[in-house]
Design a protein around this ligand. Sequence first.
Ligand SMILES: [Zn+2]
Length: 424
Amino acid sequence: MSSTTYLIKGVSVLGAEPTDLLVRDGLIAPESEARGAQVIDADGLVALPGLVDLHTHLREPGREDAETVESGSRAAALGGYTAVCAMANTSPVADTAGVVEQVWRLGREAGLVDVQPIGAVTVGLAGQHLAELGAMATSAAKVRIFSDDGHCVSDPRLMRRALEYVKAFDGVIAQHAEEPRLTEGAQMHEGEVSARLGLTGWPAVAEEAIIARDALLAEHVGARLHVCHVSTAGSVDVLRQAKAAGVRVTAEVTPHHLLLTDERATSYDPVFKVNPPLRTQNDVAALRQALAEGLIDIVATDHAPHAVEDKECEWGYARPGMLGLETALSIVLDVLGPDWPLIAERMSRTPARIAGLTDHGHLPAAGAPATFTLVDPAARWQVDPTASASRSRNTPYAGMTLPGRVVATFLRGEPTVLDGKATK
Ligand SMILES: [Zn+2]
């Protein structure tokens, strides 16, 4: 519980008329005045429920040179996040109760965002044997989302068994949809640009075929499926069909797939190498439309920090992935415009619901947890990779001027960011 009481003066909740919010004992208090409260002038600022990222790579344990739970948590808080789901492809892999509890504990120690570990579906992400899903679910980390992200659970029998297993505790399988036989040696999106550059392509159908298969499996089993980083127009069509048929499927899109195209590969700058790859303008348009309509439920960052030696090398050798936590809200603002209720839905309420994070996704209103972020919609800022709180520098937006800046973030009444700076 916070010892300090804060009075947020003149803030616009989701773009509504300015009001005052009193933050006391971890909650938004019903009254709007309190003696001795620390006043935060929020004139012109917009309050959003704290953002929730369903897809973050924190790299700890194993690659603390690229990111730690603490550095990634700080980047998240600065980006307006109050909760992140940490992917399982660490070293060792988060495929046991021990590792997920370690990540969960590190998150609590950092105290900047709630770090909710995701468990691996298969042992060592090897796609051979189911991991100890039940032990991870009953651990202190209470894992509800399982994913082999980075790899696809391509064996249909294993995928079916995983869906059956997690159904018992309303868990969800988050699939990295990539048929591996169709993407062997792939370097970028398969299309005109890859043909021109002579690089091996990653065809859209490798994603769409797995989403279609998994939607049918999820329907057959009656379990919940979540599709990671949807990147093609065809995948949107598959999702439309699955949702119309009542399949329990949700889907995410990344900020970079909403903004950038495969033309970036012509620079051969590995900062633009990512998996799934950047697609075409037609795909970008379809993804934006699907996000606005709700066929794609949420924005997730796929924040993927990489050490310099893994990224500043030849395209063919570079690891795929981009930073995302500190820039996601600005990119979404740029793409969707200042539709604050929609942004709150896609970046906080729905991801919190999918992950079962009941402390998150609440409008900052009387009685709710004081877990929110304050954004200056009029601010514009230039992305400087060296200024990032992440240990890595692989942002594809270096030098770009973006709209909207996070001024403050609160987690259960405690500020994690004030005046645009992390409090710890
Ligand atoms: Zn992935």
